[in-house]
Each structure stands twice: as C-alpha cells, then as structure tokens.
Design a protein around this ligand. Structure first.
Ligand code: F0G
Length: 481
C-alpha cells in the first residue's frame, strides 16, 4: 500500500510483518570477484553463501504467508484422491472459475504438455511475447513461435502503460498468412516477463478473444504473474479502478480456453497448474499427465505445496498482496531514474530492469552487454540479478547468434522478501556502477550448451575487467564492503 508522508513523499509500506528470517552474507568485493569468476560470469552458478540480495528471480522465492505454512502441516499425502487436491480445485474454481484442474510440477511442465497435445511440426504458435521455456518447448515440438507485439513493447523508455498488448493487425495478418488450421492457439502472457514485466490491458484480451473466436483459435493464458497483471489493470486501465482484483481476474478468465501458470510466482509456492472448462482439452492433457508428471491429484507437486497453493490463490487477490512487488519495483525504478540510471519504463511487475544497451552502450551485442552488466552488478553490490538478453537466446540451427530484442539485467523483487533499506542499498551501488560503467567490458563464452545456454553456460571477462572494477570499488569503499 502507498502512504503519503507529511513531507509529501509517497512510499510503499509493507502490509505484513516479518516473523521468520534468513541470515544473508555480504562478502567483501575481492571474494565477490572470485565468486563470479568461479561461476563463469553466470549468476545462475553463484552460491547463496556469496550472495547478499538474491534478485535472480521471484520464482519460488516469494515469502509465504503464515496461513500457507499452516496449511502445509495438514496435507493429505495420498498418492491418489488426496484431499489436498480437492482443496486446490475448490480454490481454483472460486478464483479462476474453471471446472477442470490439472496439477503439474511447475510452469514449464504445463508448456511441455501443451506442446505434446496441441502442437505439431509445421505449426505456428502465436503469442504476445515468448518466455525462454515456452519457446523451447514449442520449437522442440517442431513449431515456429511468432510474437505479435506492438512496436512500443521494445521501447525501453516508454510511458505506454500496457506494453504487453498483442498487436491485433499482426494477429489478423498471421491468420491470413498461415491459415487458422496451422495455429494451435494464441498465447497471452500476463505481465510479460522478458520485456520488463509489462502487462496487457483487459480491453486487449477482449479483442484477442474476439478475433481468435472468429477463427476457432483457442486462447491460452500464461498466468504465472496473473495477480500483478490484474493489479496493473486496476491501477492503469480506464473503468477498472473500482473493481476488485478478484473481479478483474474473473473477467480475464471468462476470455480464456486454457489457463496455465507457474505457481512459483503469483501463488508463492513451488508448483504449477493447468485449468480449462473444455472437457475435451482436459481429457487430452490428462492422458499424458501420469507419463510425465504424476497422478491426476498431485501431478508432480508435493501435497504440502498443493495445500499452500490453494491458500495462495485466494491470497493473491488481496490488493495489498497483488500490489506488493509492483509498488516496491516502482519505487526502485523511480529512485534509479532520479539518479540518471537507464531502466525500463514504465515500471512493470516482477523486477526492476536495467537497460544494458544504454547502461553499457559501449558494448556490442556480440559481447553480451546484459550478461556483463549482471556480473558487474554482483561485483559492485553482492546482488544477484539475471541476464535477460542475447545469452538468454540460443543460437539458430546454423549456429549463428540470435541477438535479443532487448538487453536487460533483471533485478527481481520477490514478493515481501526485501526491505526498503535493502532497495536503497541496491539503488546506491547500481548508481555507483553507472558512474564507473566505462570499466565494464564484454564477455565471451568458454563453455556453451546448445539448449537454454543461459542456465549452465560459462563465460570469461574480456581483458579481465572484473579486476579493474574491483580495484575502483575498493578505492572508494575499502576492502571490507
Ligand atoms: N511462464 C512465465 C511467464 C514465466 O515467467 C516462467 C518462469 C514460466 C512460464 C516457467 O515456469 O519456472 O515454473 O517452470 N519464470 C521464471 C523466472 C523462471 O525467473 O522468470 P517454471
């Protein structure tokens, strides 16, 4: 919730209190340099013991509530027919409104099943924008992924409030070009992850549904960040200010044929789910569930997480829960803008995104500016961010680099985890880094996996620039910071 202070400044205040904590370490800058080298300049390969603020992701790292933890204690561990599952079915029906529920172990498992059941070689899967695992699954099934984003989506200095909208003209053109029978579905991703956590408008979803229905194309909704997208609709879209998050979610869901989510985000648990009102879809997906995930009443999730997900579905509709990360992110982004640091605007859900193309504008994309920036942020602060740029794209089938549309270093703000002083620390160290950005040079691969290379790939700093950055940092803050 935002409060206005007596000096006129508006700040987000936490609508929760901290009752269990985890100790964190801030290791000295020399150790950070060693750690990032050991990790091959890949922040995925760092260890928690070397990390101060873990802003890699909000996936599975949001703080759970007391009620979620309490629910985990009464889980029914039956392999089949677990009562925990039926609690999840009730919560899903109440919040999303679908009759059929399929639990899966996490979001990409849902994508795998979608690909398995609906996607054939030669198909074209349409979407507002891809996510890494989404693209991988549909391409592995032999389809082409076509992104129908508006030109504004890739503008990192924008004031357009719904950059996640799907471009309807491009949708119509794609139907004409490929034919509706080659399009298994159109996928809308809530709070579009890879372009800076940018939402789409409900108006846009209505329009997408209308056009899709005309051609019998099912609408698939990736709701991993559904509560955040609903929060942005409430805050930004005309006509929704007085609607509750719950009402907005139900209106969105009335336009959807197949819903799936990574429960690791909006519902603050480690799991996933698919849901639909079409018995035919349910039957076709269910057939494969025991092969890849598990029986129909657990689908690869622990029953404890299933219990917590049921609670999480209801809690995510509390406006203070849905808005918790977006308001902290807005504060984070606005403080960096005040200091002249290039970030993605408007602020989205999920993370504060540094715009590496502008931050380290001297680096060509062939030297992975977003990856270099993520490494530099870690050296300067002990904060772990995530590369969301060319390293997160795999090479094409001929082995050529595929340059990402955007080069971002993503500082995720997991829900209810970090405090205002930690955000202030992040702002300060990133600002310092921006003033010393000339010291940051590029990276080159020394070990490069073929699929989703960003997870395990190892890189090296060109000209050993990490050492120069470390020296400059020590000169200003001393060896112990
Ligand atoms: N869809 C979206 C929009 C996501 O953000 C993610 C995961 C997935 C699908 C896959 O779900 O991880 O549960 O298998 N995003 C994480 C992130 C990994 O860090 O942004 P998953």
């Amino acid at each position: 919730m935002n409060v206005k202070l007596s000096n006129g400044k508006v700040i987000p205040v936490e609508m929760h209190k901290v009752r269990i904590v985890q100790k964190v370490n801030l290791v000295p800058v020399r150790r950070r340099l060693e750690a990032i080298k050991e990790a091959g300049y890949n922040t995925f390969l760092l260890r928690t013991k070397d990390i101060f603020l873990d802003m890699l992701t909000d996936s599975g790292t949001n703080a759970m509530s007391d009620n979620q933890l309490a629910a985990m204690m009464v889980a029914d561990d039956a392999y089949a027919g677990s009562e925990s599952f039926y609690k999840l079915v009730d919560a899903e029906k109440e919040i999303l409104g679908f009759n059929y529920v399929i639990p899966v172990h996490q979001g990409r498992a849902a994508e795998h099943l979608l690909a398995k059941v609906f996607v054939k070689p030669g198909d074209v899967v349409l979407m507002n924008y891809h996510f890494t695992t989404t693209k991988a699954h549909f391409e592995l099934a032999g389809a082409k992924v076509l992104e129908l984003y508006t030109d504004e989506m890739l503008n990192t200095q924008s004031s357009v409030l719904f950059k996640g909208n799907l471009d309807l003209q491009k949708f119509e053109d794609a139907i004409k070009k490929y034919g509706a029978d080659k399009i298994p579905f159109v996928r809308m991703e809530a709070t579009t992850n890879l372009v800076g956590g940018q939402p789409f408008a409900l108006r846009n979803l209505h329009d997408v549904k209308k056009l899709a229905s005309k051609h019998n194309i099912p609408v698939v909704f990736d709701g991993s960040l559904i509560s955040e997208n609903a929060y942005f609709i409430k805050m930004r879209e005309e006509g929704y200010a007085d609607k509750s998050i719950r009402e907005i979610i139900l209106e969105m869901m009335s336009l959807v044929d197949i819903f799936y989510l990574s429960g690791r985000k909006s519902t603050s648990v480690r799991g996933g789910l698919m849901a639909t009102n079409k018995k035919e879809y349910y039957d076709r997906i269910l057939e494969w569930l025991p092969v890849y995930e598990g029986f129909a009443t657990y689908g690869g999730m622990s029953t404890k997480e299933i219990e917590a997900m049921a609670v999480g579905f209801r809690e995510m509709t509390d406006v203070n829960v849905a808005g918790s990360a977006p308001e902290f992110i807005k504060y984070f982004v606005e403080r960096l803008i005040e200091n002249g640091v290039p970030v993605v605007t408007p602020p989205g859900g999920l993370a504060c995104h540094l715009d590496a193309k502008r931050f380290v504008s001297h680096l060509p994309q062939s030297q992975y500016p977003a990856g270099a920036l993520a490494g530099a942020v870690y050296i300067a602060s002990g904060i772990r961010s995530m590369e969301r740029g060319t390293i997160s794209m795999d090479r094409d089938s001929a082995g050529n680099e595929v340059y990402a549309d955007l080069e971002l270093a993503r500082l995720a703000v997991p829900r209810r985890v970090y405090t205002m002083s930690q955000i202030e620390y992040a702002v300060d160290r990133i600002t310092w880094l921006y003033k010393h950005r000339d010291l940051v040079k590029g990276l080159k691969f020394v070990e490069e996996p073929r699929v989703l290379r960003f997870f395990f790939g190892r890189l090296e700093a060109l000209d050993n620039w990490g050492a120069d950055l470390t020296k400059a940092f020590e000169a200003e803050f001393g060896p112990n910071c």
